[in-house]
Ligand binder design. Sequence first.
Ligand code: ATP
Length: 466
Amino acid sequence: MVNKHKALWDKCLSLIKENVTEQQYKTWFSPIVFESYSEDKSTLLVQVPSPYVYEYLEQYYIGLLSKVLTNCFGTNVRLTYRIVTDKTNNLSQDIEANAGLGQPEVQKHAETPVKRNGTAAGNLNPQLNTHTTFNNYIEGNSNKLPRTVGLSIAEHPGKSTFNPFYIYGPSGCGKTHLVNAIGVRCKELYPQKRVLYVSARLFQVQFTDAVRQNRTNDFINFYQTIDVLIVDDIQEWVTATKTLDTFFHIFNHLFRNGKQIILASDRPPVELEGMKDRLLTRFSCGLIAELEKPNIQLCVDILNTKCRRDGLKIPADVIGFIAQTANGSVRDLQGVINSLLAYSVVYNCNIDMRLAERVIKRAVKVDNHPLTVDDILEKVCTHYNVTQQNVFSRSRKRDYVIVRQVSMYFAQKYTKMPASRIGQLIGNRDHSTVIHSCNSVEKRLKVDKAFNAEITSIENTFKLKQ
Ligand SMILES: Nc1ncnc2c1ncn2[C@@H]1O[C@H](COP(=O)(O)OP(=O)(O)OP(=O)(O)O)[C@@H](O)[C@H]1O
């Protein structure tokens, strides 16, 4: 049966091919993937690779699609797009096509923004990825606070002072995973709650669409029925004034009614240039938490977990090397592991340091800028788990002294700055302190094996910067 429907879809494609240019076909129709056809509902489900493709098809090709689908599947055919909203996490959203496909009334965005029957949770697909949960969200120093807060929100949505919960951090550090995990846990604990994850981009597409169809009120009403609203990547709205104004109304309504709002962004609210103050102050009235780049230990833990889960055997030194060089992006870490696997299978070789070095150069963005004292301080502090304030302080605590000395040693080795300048940048010390520090480190390197290994391991983190 699947084959029969797939053949009908292929026929649609060949009809479309005859009606558009080769380039148009390649861009807009080749990426569409046939998913299924339901005889009961006369509904064809196709996957499109992004909200943008969906929007474009709807805007420019709905007439053509309508004609060829009717021709091949019959007059009652309905079309639903499965829109991939997040490739990494395998997230998608099903949206019914616009008018012209035989249905008596336009019923677009069936799952989200417009007409709905009642507000029971059962009617709503939360658009959550059930694979990214708290269980596989590894905890480390860099995410301890957001993770703990996230758990508490999931247990008491809308009830805590963490409303809204605004989480920000660099790309690939786990924001989407965390906000999704909150939604999943919340749904497990409170199945009756209407939880919804939506990317800012999709929200905007839906809104634009609703405006075009004179359905803005439906759109707002729909979002005002949500109990836990999770919006990802809200930095995408900085120039979308109308979307922001609408979100402002939705936000106020939800907030006033004790509903939970969770927002994720790549920057803190103050850096959302172009957003009006009235929104920024609202974003800031709950909890703003930074998700920092994972430190090396967390990267090692994530890699080990991935290896255990996927049954991979990767030597500890290779894991350590990947963790140190992947620039703190978990996505990069996973990419390196996948590339390593592919290489080892294709070339039938073991995964070792040589292979890791080769793969990493291709997989991770190589930074060709020369090392700065700031870079060095950051790496050394991360390695020893102390803050830069500790290093700059006057404290003679042994742990801080070591970090200061090692930083000065590296600064002299890699930056070619005069000792006086290095001293200035590392806690305002004079040049004799720098010279003394470098001598102490060099002396110790000659006699202390463990210290030697430590220095090499920190140097590995600079490798890609040379
Ligand atoms: N602490 C963690 N434990 C396990 N996996 C993690 C952790 N942090 C991130 N990941 C994984 O890393 C990948 C990237 O994470 P995610 O997509 O959540 O990042 P992001 O911060 O939302 O990135 P972007 O801003 O680019 O969208 C995902 O596969 C996620 O599951």
